[in-house]
Design a protein around this ligand. Structure first.
Ligand code: AMP
Length: 301
């Protein structure tokens, strides 16, 4: 089953304690699409500027990602500059240039409108709603957001939350959105806003799933060295939804396995700068780490 994703396709300039990268391919839709492509076919909706190089598009093509819905508009590509602290769970946005994203109105190609699995990645909530309104037969809609949109477009975001099944969000953003500091209370409060499932990403501490009837927790895969945490959240979402679309199993067990696949893909993303590790990743490596994850969390033996 294929997955539609809308989000940013960006130039990222990144500084971490391990080094820096200038104007590499990034953006919420980019990480999601490449991560999900290991499990299911992916269609991207987004916009880039005239300055966006062909060899970046090639990264998507090599993973079989459908680019019909990725528009090229006059102007410059979205550019984000971020700096990580020694504690890699903390990052500052140093620059954010929306550029061609301002005023972009996504129109889905006809071949996209029957998508059943949908990820409304981190982008203007107004655009997330526009995409949702053009879809005819969704089975599962998940959504992400971040501080910039919670603070600037809160009303549109609240409207969107009433129409989706799942929210996949960082811990700090869950606090910001709910006004609750305690993460369990924050999740409960977000569940009241509309989504049936809330997934809270906690960086190196893993992921928590909340629904009305259950809570599930997984750690992040323990790594000795993290080069660049950028895109870990979107890669998690890509592996998670990718596996759900592949298996079609939305029950508790299916959700839990999908969370582990998401965590596995995210653990590869952070091993190198930008998308570099994902572009040389294999399905065998994913399966092998999935097995290691089972051993890591098994306490019945
Ligand atoms: P994450 O998975 O949370 O690490 O997401 C990192 C990606 O989000 C980077 O590749 C950025 O290009 C992108 N990004 C940063 N700020 C925004 C924003 N306000 N809206 C959409 N995407 C963003």
């Amino acid at each position: 089953m294929s997955i539609l994703v809308v989000g940013t396709v960006a130039f990222d300039s990144i500084e971490t304690p391990r080094g820096f990268a200038e104007r590499v391919l990034g953006g919420s839709a980019s990480y999601f699409a490449v991560a999900a492509s290991f499990f299911s076919p992916v269609k991207i909706v987004g916009v880039v500027g005239e300055d966006f190089p062909e060899d970046y598009l090639e990264i998507f093509s090599q993973r079989g990602v459908d680019l019909q819905g990725l528009k090229r508009a006059p102007g410059e590509t979205f550019h984000w500059r971020g700096r990580y602290h020694e504690d890699l769970n903390v990052r500052d946005t140093v620059e954010l240039h929306l550029n061609v994203l301002t005023g972009f109105s996504p129109t889905l190609p006809e071949s996209y409108r029957d998508a059943e699995y949908v990820f409304l990645g981190n982008i203007d909530p107004g655009m997330q709603i526009e995409v949702l309104s053009q879809l005819r037969r969704m089975r599962l809609v998940a959504c992400d957001t971040m501080d910039h949109w919670i603070q600037g477009s809160g009303e549109a975001l609240r409207k969107l939350l009433r129409r989706i099944e799942m929210l996949i969000i960082n811990d700090s953003e869950a606090r910001l959105l709910s006004g609750e500091h305690n993460i369990v209370r924050a999740a409960r409060s977000i569940l009241k806003m509309g989504p049936k499932v809330v997934l809270i990403k906690r960086g190196e501490y893993g992921v928590l799933l909340f629904s009305d009837s259950s809570i599930f927790a997984t750690p992040a895969y323990p790594l000795e060295e993290v080069f660049d945490p950028t895109g870990a959240g979107d890669s998690f979402a890509g592996g998670f939804l990718g596996h759900l679309a592949r298996s079609g199993d939305h029950g508790q067990g299916g959700l839990r396995r999908a969370i582990v696949y998401g965590s596995v893909v995210a653990s590869f993303t952070v091993e190198d700068f930008g998308l570099q590790r994902l572009t040389r990743l294999s399905v065998e490596e994913i399966e092998e780490r999935y097995q290691r994850f089972i051993e890591l969390t098994d306490f019945h033996t």
